[in-house]
Design a protein around this ligand. Structure first.
Ligand code: ZN
Length: 432
């Protein structure tokens, strides 16, 4: 690493000067550079909650708004003014916008990270964890880590955890290390801010998640990232032409029309079966049919020609194949994948996978010289390399986040649970 490179080690908002001061350090020197920055938060765009009207009534402190596809961004000159506006919105609507501290907002907006390397002109480089001393450390970073490994492995472990957490989550390494769920919370917060999304006004919990079987839990984790949120999954560029199209989300329901008389649908879906049974006459006929065929759930029917019925997509497909129903041209409750634009949650998975790739590439590059020199014995030597260790921890942590995000999103209450997403995941899981 060139001695003239710098590491981004601290970020500090100066409300009185309306700047963000960024500290860049290397072995010999420290540079503090101020940047102009105005903090902001995002409000959902809705027709029912009059956020825009409320903002119009505020004359002090001054604010600016920008309309985005899914949100209205509210910008103030200082952090304290922004907090006042957030409080005002909360008093009038009971909605509290997600507030991210200005230092993190700045880094997310700049796409910079703690411990990223910068050249002598303070232009960002695609490298991290340079061998410079950190504020508060006497030795350079790698010497400190190597020394700690010898004398106090616990401290070495904690320092590495802090640095990787700070680099990946955009939080200062001097803060108390975050527990796994807090890390996941921060990841979601960062992702939504980066993509100009507000937390939904009404969150929706999973009503049945506690009763799911192991297989259902696994299935929920699989569909979690591939499920649209409110406003997604209905693009006009990819409207499916048939109800068998592979792009249709498996939690969708579709409207169908009956084309025979006296049709019964042997649904496996408890929710559908119970709802239909409670709301329709001919209860004895259905119960008799259930007994006759030994069905675990009460069937839907009897249905007659031209009657319309809404069904979960996979059950509708079975009936259409058998010629009892035909799909109606009504896509109100159908959601599909866009070929051009991934869903918000898919983007998060992609971003994390890209991070894994970045660290793996670094790991491979750093391992190569050890392999050449020590051949089969390379792992022992490579394991002593502090830089290699940091990248390997970053890979491990990011992989752990991808694996745990669905669980966090489903089983822990959090401000990003969105009604459309919850309903679709739940329906996909409860199909059988
Ligand atoms: Zn599309």
């Amino acid at each position: 690493m060139s001695p003239n490179t710098y590491s981004l080690t601290a970020v500090s908002a100066r409300d009185e000067r309306k700047t963000i001061d960024v500290t860049f350090t290397n072995t010999h020197t420290k540079k503090i550079k101020p940047f102009s920055f105005f903090p902001s938060f995002y409000l959902p765009r809705t027709s029912t909650t009059p956020f825009e009207k409320i903002l119009e009534t505020i004359s002090r402190p001054p604010l600016q708004t920008i309309s985005h596809e899914y949100s209205t961004q509210v910008i103030c000159k200082t952090w304290s003014e922004l907090k006042q506006i957030a409080q005002h919105v909360h008093t009038n609507t009971n909605y509290f916008p997600n507030l991210i501290e200005p230092e993190r907002q700045f880094l997310l907006t700049q796409k910079w990270r703690y411990f990223q390397t910068f050249d002598e002109k303070l232009q960002p480089l695609n490298k991290a964890f340079a061998d410079h001393p950190l504020p508060g450390l006497v030795d350079t970073l790698h010497a400190t880590l190597a020394g700690a490994r010898k004398h106090n492995p616990k401290i070495e472990h904690e320092l590495r955890e802090r640095m990787v957490g700070s680099h990946e989550l955009h939080v200062p390494y001097t803060d108390t290390p975050l527990a796994l769920n807090e890390q996941l919370h921060t990841l979601l917060e960062n992702h939504f801010f980066t993509h100009q999304r507000a937390a939904p006004i009404h969150t929706q919990k999973y009503a049945t998640a506690n009763e799911w079987s192991h297989a259902q839990r696994t299935h929920a984790s699989e569909v979690f990232f591939h499920t649209p949120r409110e406003g997604e999954g209905k693009c006009s560029c990819c409207t499916p032409t048939t109800s068998f199209h592979a792009s249709i989300h498996e939690g969708s329901v579709i409207e169908t029309r009956v084309i025979q008389d006296g049709v019964y649908i042997h649904t496996h879906n408890m929710e559908w079966s119970e709802k239909y049974h409670a709301q329709h006459a001919s209860k004895e006929k259905r119960l008799a049919r259930q007994k006759e065929f030994g069905l675990s759930t009460c069937p839907i029917g009897p249905l007659f020609r031209n009657e319309k019925i809404i069904l979960p997509i996979h059950e509708a497909r079975e009936e259409i194949k058998q010629g009892t129903l035909t799909a109606e041209n009504n896509s109100t409750q159908t959601y599909w994948k866009c070929a051009r634009q991934p869903f918000t949650m898919e983007k998060l998975q992609q971003t994390l996978n890209e991070r894994i790739h970045v660290h793996e590439t670094q790991q491979n590059m750093l391992t190569q010289p050890y392999l050449n020199q020590y051949q089969l014995a390379y792992t022992k030597h490579a394991a002593q390399d502090p830089l290699l260790q940091l990248h390997s921890l970053a890979t491990r942590k990011t992989t752990e986040w991808v694996a745990n995000l669905p669980n966090y999103g489903i089983y822990h209450s959090n401000p990003w649970t969105d009604a459309t997403h919850t309903q679709l995941v739940e329906r996909a899981v409860l199909r059988e």
